[in-house]
Design a protein around this ligand. Structure first.
Ligand SMILES: Cc1cc2nc3c(=O)[nH]c(=O)nc-3n(C[C@H](O)[C@H](O)[C@H](O)COP(=O)(O)OP(=O)(O)OC[C@H]3O[C@@H](n4cnc5c(N)ncnc54)[C@H](O)[C@@H]3O)c2cc1C
Length: 466
């Protein structure tokens, strides 16, 4: 079969080394980390090094009518980075320069391929902090974080990615380069196009530069663990914490399935007999010890069996590490739950108003029973953002169907409770139907109008979000 003529254009623009067509590599770039999502083999993966090369790729693809799928580290959990057959995957991982750190303006300017943790480390040398910290922070890229509006553990106090994106450079479907936003502390000129692109999941343009706001490094934090007899009482404690006006810098929930999975994955003495555990931290400086005591009071009043403070920074770091191991530990648990290592995880992501967290957690337990699937719950409790992890046997269609039903029931419950179908992982392919239900026909029309205005030929990450 003759090679696609687009490949010649791409090689002419980027050089041979940046245009990859090796079948194994193409297969490796087909999908992100989400289960239950379609994908196709791309025509090529390109690794541009600068904005000019992205422009050349987008223009060449448009001339040939070929779709363009932007990709970062492919840690996404909604299928948003999945390739469509015959597309050009634009991987921005080689655009990994931290261009500027300005301690006076408290900003950094970075290329999209910079890994989240690398940015955090680079700014720390200046006594500064980039708070958004998705669990994938050691691998996911700032471009992917911006395109999904990623959250993380610090977000309960410090907000999600969109709070920190001041400005963007974006290559539009036309090949034009758009600059949005500002590098000033304040600025209200024009429509907020920056926010429009944050969370747009590669469907409106390829992000080629990001200007982020930074904060001074936080105060040392104190950490507390509260053990609960049911997940719903832990949910009640979260509502109580908010009601008392407390501002933890971290408030995470792990249920028994997760505690057991983590302990089996890396033994660290977690209370595996507990139904749920809340992990909380405060970083309020001189007030921290008092605030921690107030958090403990609320947890006890809500029904915690045991509340204890980490004795030192090492123990606090170990507890945080346990939380960060939730994903690999559950993957192993899922694999080992079914014969032949066929077990897989459907990772859900739902957010409800904090006051309704207990109802969500109760509801998920009922759904697990009704659908006869194991579901472990973990997540950013302080944000009302939970990840029910549904364990399925990939080799058994009946198990997959039960998992799918449980997934849909959780989505329905989340919306009924006044929540949203995704708190941080995004819509991608996984939640298009649920997005439509959440935003209604007018919302869908407005989304489509924006998409059509910016990408009339529908070539940018087609089939995702809307
Ligand atoms: C272990 C684990 C823990 C996780 N924890 C969290 C968490 O705590 N919070 C959270 O929010 N998410 C979490 N995630 C999900 C995932 O890491 C985030 O969605 C992350 O932001 C994706 O970044 P990425 O670089 O991997 O992007 P990809 O997965 O490669 O892409 C994600 C989306 O961004 C688009 N995109 C990527 N780069 C660009 C670009 N330059 N221009 C335009 N569009 C682009 C893609 O088209 C796609 O739509 C976790 C995932 C894993 C595997």
């Amino acid at each position: 079969m003759a090679a696609h003529p687009l490949l010649d254009d791409l090689r002419a623009a980027l050089g041979d080394a940046a245009v990859l067509t090796d079948p194994d590599l193409l297969a490796g770039h087909e999908r992100d980390e989400a289960d239950l999502c379609d994908s196709g083999t791309p025509l090529a993966v390109v690794r541009p090094r600068d904005t000019g090369e992205v422009v050349a790729v987008v223009r060449a693809a448009a001339r040939h009518g070929v779709p363009v799928v932007p990709q970062g580290a492919r840690t996404g959990l909604a299928g948003a980075a999945n390739a469509v057959a015959g597309a050009v995957v634009v991987s921005t991982v080689a655009m990994d320069a931290v261009r500027e750190i300005d301690p006076v303006g408290r900003i950094a300017v970075v290329q999209p391929g910079v890994v989240n943790a690398a940015l955090a480390r680079a700014v720390r040398e200046h006594g500064l902090w980039y708070p958004p910290d998705p669990g994938s922070w050691e691998s996911s890229t700032i471009g992917g974080n911006v395109a999904t509006n990623a959250g993380g553990m610090c977000c309960v106090k410090y907000g999600v990615t969109s709070e920190y994106v001041l400005g963007l450079e974006v290559v539009l479907a036309s090949g034009e380069v758009l600059r949005t936003g500002r590098r000033t502390a304040k600025g209200v000129a024009g429509y907020d196009l920056t926010r429009l692109f944050v969370g747009s999941e590669g469907t409106l343009g390829v992000i080629t530069e990001v200007t982020v706001a930074l904060r001074p490094a936080p105060e040392e934090s104190l950490t507390l663990v509260a053990v609960f007899p049911t997940v719903a009482t832990a949910g009640g404690a979260v509502a109580g914490i908010a009601e008392r006006g407390l501002t933890p810098s971290l408030l995470e929930l792990l249920d028994r399935t997760h505690l057991r999975a983590i302990e089996a994955y890396r033994p660290m003495g977690l209370r595996t007999d507990a139904e749920a555990l809340l992990l909380a931290a405060v970083d309020t400086g001189a007030r921290a010890a008092d605030d921690l005591a107030r958090l403990a009071e609320v947890c006890t009043a809500a029904g915690a069996d045991e509340v204890y403070a980490a004795t030192d920074a090492t123990e606090a770091a170990a507890l945080l590490q346990a939380r960060r191991l939730a994903h690999p530990a559950m993957e192993r648990f899922a694999a080992e739950t079914f014969p032949g290592g066929n077990g897989g995880l459907v990772i859900d992501d739902v957010a409800v108003p904090r006051g309704r967290l207990a109802e969500l957690l109760d509801g998920v337990a009922r759904i697990a029973e009704a659908c006869q699937v194991p579901i472990g719950v973990v997540g950013h409790a302080g944000d009302g953002n939970m990840h029910p992890n549904i364990v399925v046997d990939r080799a058994d269609p009946a198990s997959l169907a039960r998992g799918r039903r449980a997934f849909d029931e959780i989505m329905r419950l989340g919306l009924e409770l006044g929540g949203t179908c995704t708190g941080e992982h995004g819509v991608g392919l996984l939640k298009r139907d649920w997005l439509a239900r959440e935003i209604g026909p007018v919302g869908v029309r407005v989304h489509q109008a924006i998409k059509t205005a910016l990408d009339p030929a529908g070539l940018l990450n087609p089939g995702k979000v809307i």
